[in-house]
Design a protein around this ligand. Structure first.
Ligand SMILES: Cc1cc2nc3c(=O)[nH]c(=O)nc-3n(C[C@H](O)[C@H](O)[C@H](O)COP(=O)(O)OP(=O)(O)OC[C@H]3O[C@@H](n4cnc5c(N)ncnc54)[C@H](O)[C@@H]3O)c2cc1C
Length: 260
C-alpha cells in the first residue's frame, strides 16, 4: 500500500465531490476497465499507513494487527481516471454517518489517506454482446461513466443511473437518469427494458437493488456469466459490518458464475 495526497477538491453536484491525488506508485499502475481500489481513512490524529506490502494477505494481516482504536477505516472506491500519475476519485456525500463520506465532505488539498490497489487480479473485462446494459446508483456512476468512455461508437448500450434529483446529474452522454425525487427507482425502470437475446449486463449500487435486478435478468433467461454485479453498499450497514445471509449467497453466486 502507499499514501495518497489530495491535490484538488472539486464539487461536481451537491452530493458528489471529485478529488485528485498524487502518490507513490501511481505512475506505474496500468489502466483497465472498472478499476476498484481500497482507500484508507485515518482515525483522528492517526496515520492511514499500515504496511508497504503489495501482497494482499501480508498487507491484510498487518491491517488486522493494528489495534482497532487506531486502525484506519477501509472502504472501496473506483478509479474515475488515472492519467500521468494523477488519480481521480469521485466521492458520494451521503452524510456524516460513514467515515469515508465524512472525510470527503471536509477534505482539503494536502490531506493524506491510504491506498491499496487497484489490482489487475480483480480486472473484469467488458462483455461482448449486441447490447450492453449498465445500471447503478450514484456510487456506481464513476464506474459506469468510465466504462462508457471505453465503448466503441458502434456499440449499442443502455445506461441507467439512479440519483436523488436532477441536480445530481452529470454530463455523461447516453445516461437515462432515474430520479428518486420523482418517485422513480432503478429496479422498476430497468425491469421495463426489452432485452434482446445478445445482451451483457453490468450492475452496481445498493445491494438489494443489485440483487433484484440480477434476479430479473436471470429470470429473463440472460446467462449468469453475462451479468457482472456488485453490491456497493448496504442500507443501514457499514462496510465493516459482517456479511448478511444475502451477501454470502451473492458471493456464492459470483463464484458459481465464474465457473459457468
Ligand atoms: C467496488 C466498489 C466501488 C465503489 N466505488 C465508489 C465510488 O467510486 N464512489 C463512491 O462514492 N462510492 C463507491 N463505492 C461505495 C462506497 O464504498 C460505499 O458507499 C461505502 O459504504 C462508503 O463508506 P462510508 O464510510 O461513507 O459509509 P459506511 O461506514 O460504509 O456506512 C455508514 C452508513 O451509510 C450508509 N451508506 C453508505 N453508502 C451510502 C450511500 N451511497 N448512500 C446512502 N447511504 C449510504 C450505510 O448504509 C450505513 O448506514 C464503491 C463500492 C464498491 C464495493
Amino acid at each position: 500500500m502507499s499514501l495518497l495526497t489530495v491535490t484538488s477538491v472539486t464539487p461536481l453536484t451537491p452530493r458528489m465531490v471529485r478529488m485528485t491525488f498524487t502518490g507513490d506508485g501511481l505512475s506505474e499502475l496500468g489502466t483497465w476497465p472498472d478499476q476498484q481500489l481500497k482507500l484508507l481513512f485515518p482515525q483522528p490524529g492517526r496515520s492511514a499507513f499500515v504496511s508497504s506490502s503489495e501482497d494482499v494477505s501480508v498487507w491484510y494481516q498487518a491491517y488486522l494487527a493494528v489495534p482497532e482504536a487506531e486502525r484506519p477505516w477501509m472502504r472501496q472506491f473506483t478509479v474515475r481516471s488515472l492519467v500521468d500519475g494523477v488519480l481521480t476519485v469521485d466521492f458520494v456525500l451521503h452524510g456524516d454517518n460513514g467515515p469515508a463520506s465524512r472525510w470527503a465532505a471536509g477534505a482539503r488539498p494536502g490531506d493524506v489517506i491510504g491506498r491499496f490497489g487497484p489490482s489487475r487480479d480483480y480486472a473484469r473485462p467488458l462483455g461482448v454482446a449486441d447490447l450492453l446494459i449498465f445500471a447503478g446508483d450514484e456510487t456506481a456512476l464513476p464506474a459506469i461513466a468510465s466504462l462508457l468512455e471505453l465503448l466503441p461508437s458502434s456499440q449499442r448500450f443502455l445506461a441507467f443511473v439512479e440519483v436523488a434529483d436532477p441536480l445530481e446529474q452529470q454530463d455523461v452522454p447516453g445516461v437515462r437518469w432515474v430520479h428518486r425525487s420523482a418517485g422513480e427507482d432503478l429496479v422498476s425502470i430497468v425491469s421495463a427494458v426489452e432485452v434482446p437475446s445478445s445482451v451483457w449486463v453490468w450492475l452496481g449500487g445498493e445491494a438489494s437493488a443489485v440483487r433484484a435486478l440480477r434476479r430479473h435478468f436471470v429470470g429473463l433467461g440472460v446467462s449468469k456469466k453475462d451479468i457482472e454485479f456488485t453490491g456497493y453498499w448496504r442500507r443501514s450497514l457499514t462496510q465493516d459490518d459482517a456479511p448478511t445471509a444475502d451477501d454470502l449467497a451473492e458471493a456464492q453466486e459470483r463464484i458459481a458464475a465464474l465457473s459457468e
